[in-house]
Design a protein around this ligand. Structure first.
Ligand code: HC0
Ligand code: SF4
Length: 574
């Protein structure tokens, strides 16, 4: 164990420490921009390119980057010598020398790490200010890419290439003109991008951000001809409060509903209702495939990033995913049919807004073939958790003071099974809670499938149904999904059901959630919170949701019916 001296104070570090990790361990702070270490998912980015972590090490002639300099016995580190701080300031000034000076108009204003570090280092002038880059923006349904704001930290590239194995982003051109872009400068929509948003989740600046629909939604809310309903995804309720200073994992369901009502939505409903509905359709399909020698394994199909990934990367496996639409889309289709009819509202006058932890949900809602009607979309606008927080702040609503309210009926009723959709393993577990009872004909007393809990990124569990052993695979991160599917394809592993989510920990780690700044403990706390929501529910199996039972009795007849297929199922594109 090497002894290290940090600003004259002796500490014991570990062999693997760098100067940065040793200083952090002992309560110190060194700014970083390019550095990123997502330990739980084995992702590390340290190109050492930004140079804002420079420190002085006694006996060395030059400053050293803290992120890549290993500690050694007796190392004497000065974290804030004048020379180190001046070097950092210069590094930031150089990064800003060709950076657009439009911070007040930037979507990342207030969340930008470059802006934050410039303020910490008192960058009040810039002797290096020169010519600003002048690249075109790339605007898709989900993501806005502004290469002018790229600082070549390469974090997005690491997420896209190493974690997701999609490989859309990389540095192109050389020298001062080097910038991270898709190859051939293609717009993201013309690439194999899955719109998972993990690049945007880690981008320190405004180079990669969500496409915002805030203004459009405010306009709908002011339009008296429109009946505007909102649905909230499972993972939003355990993350939104972070934007208002609460601890990660704070459950704010009631407050969130109260806020949405104050914002002017006509009805506040729940995507969790859609999740219970998805289980009805997915479990039916699973049972049929199992009993009639259908195509196995069956893949869950509610993560749109994952759906786009399999369409591009495994076009020969498109029989695997369930044809059931995602809860977001099922909710929209039901809002504009059953709900519209029941309340005598013309579906063309209903606007469905979703609050999602995800950027790919914006893309999913814009997919043409997913809609139940050719005349209107299932879901009109998708906002992220972060966008909702911005709207709440813009409206001047005091989140802390808002009283808790209940979801509206009937599309606001949901079970514990729906709550866990937002965490890795949850969709598979929810499906099994229902499939178990339907297949065995007996009551599932111990509702939780512990084998499907956990934080690891690839898991395989065995579950017994009627004496038959079912093998269930769970993966998050598209790189892990790729590994699992390759093992299935090669016959190395045999599975009956697979759940894939594109983001770390499932939707709780979605690209539209409050920024976790590389701390995956934040995501674990959100996972634990969803398990608490599940446990707090009296009804924890989707098929026991009384509003869902009523929906089938009054409108859809039964799961898998013709009407269900017309409204709730989709197909995939090669
Ligand atoms: Fe998810 Fe979903 S669980 S994908 O992660 O299935 O975004 O939270 O809303 O649709 O329910 C996201 C979260 C959802 C959907 C649900 C599923
Ligand atoms: Fe890659 Fe996902 Fe970003 Fe697309 S959205 S560029 S797939 S990280």
């Amino acid at each position: 164990m090497p002894k290290v001296y940090i600003n004259g104070n002796e500490f014991e570090a570990s062999e693997n420490d760098t100067v940065l990790t040793a200083v952090q361990k002992f309560g110190g702070y060194i700014p970083t921009l390019c550095y990123m270490n997502l330990k739980d998912v084995n992702i590390e980015n340290k190109p050492s390119s930004c140079r804002v972590c420079m420190v002085e090490i006694e006996g060395r002639r030059t400053l050293a980057p803290a992120c890549t300099t290993p500690v050694f016995e007796g190392i004497k580190i000065k974290t804030h010598s004048r020379m180190a701080v001046e070097a950092r300031r210069t590094a930031v000034q150089l990064l800003l020398s060709d950076h657009p000076q439009d911070c007040l108009k930037c979507p990342k204003n207030g969340d930008c790490e470059l802006q934050k570090i410039a303020a910490e280092l008192h960058v009040v002038n810039n002797p290096y200010f020169g010519k600003t880059a002048n690249y075109d923006q790339d605007i898709s349904a989900a993501i806005i890419r502004d290469p002018n704001k790229c600082i070549m930290c390469r974090r997005c590239e690491t997420m896209c290439n190493d974690f997701q194995t999609v490989g859309v982003l990389s540095a192109i051109d050389r020298g001062f003109g080097a910038v991270v872009k898709p190859s051939f400068d293609l717009p993201l929509e013309e690439t194999t991008c899955t719109f998972c948003g993990q690049c945007a989740a880690v981008c320190p600046t405004g180079a990669l951000v969500e496409r915002s629909y805030i203004d459009e939604v405010w306009k709908e809310l002011e339009n008296e001809e429109k009946h505007v309903v909102v649905q909230t995804a499972p993972a939003v309720r355990v993350a939104l409060a972070e934007e208002f200073g609460y601890e990660p994992g704070t459950i704010s369901t009631g407050k969130m509903v109260g806020v949405l009502k104050l914002m002017g939505f006509d009805k506040v409903f729940d995507t969790n209702f859609g999740a219970d509905l998805t289980i009805m359709e997915e479990a039916t399909e699973f049972k049929e495939r199992l009993e009639n020698e259908g195509f196995l394994p069956m893949l869950t199909s509610c993560c749109p990033g994952w759906v786009k990934f399999i369409e591009h990367q495994f076009p020969n496996l498109l029989e695997m995913p369930s044809s059931a639409k995602s809860p977001q889309q099922m909710f929209g289709a039901i809002a504009k049919s059953y709900y519209a009819q029941k309340n005598n509202i013309d579906p063309k006058n209903i606007t469905v807004v979703s609050i999602m932890p995800c950027l790919a949900k914006k893309y999913e809602a814009a997919r043409e073939e997913i809609n139940a009607s050719p005349e209107y979309r299932d879901v009109d606008y998708v906002l992220t958790t972060r966008e909702l927080a911005k709207m709440i702040k813009e409206a001047g609503i005091n989140f802390k003071a808002v009283p808790e309210r209940e979801y509206d009926s009937p599309l606001g009723e949901s079970t514990g099974a729906a709550a866990i959709f937002g965490r890795t393993g949850g969709v598979a577990e929810a499906a099994l809670r229902t499939a178990y009872e339907w297949i065995t004909g007996s009551e599932l007393k111990a509702v939780e499938f512990e084998q499907l809990h956990g934080y690891e990124s690839i898991r395989v569990a065995e579950v017994e149904l009627n004496g038959k052993k079912l093998r269930v695979g769970v993966a998050y991160g598209l790189g892990n999904a790729r590994k699992l599917l390759e093992d299935v394809q090669s016959g190395k592993i045999e599975l009956h059901l697979i759940e894939i989510m594109a983001c770390p920990g499932g939707c709780v780690g979605g690209g539209g959630q409050p920024y976790h700044h590389g701390d995956l403990n934040v995501i674990k706390k959100r996972i634990d919170a969803l398990n608490v929501v599940d446990k707090s529910k009296i009804i924890r199996k989707s098929h026991e949701n009384p509003s869902i039972v009523r929906l089938y009795n009054e409108y859809l007849e039964k799961p898998g019916s013709e009407k269900s297929h017309q409204l709730l199922h989709t197909h995939y594109m090669e």
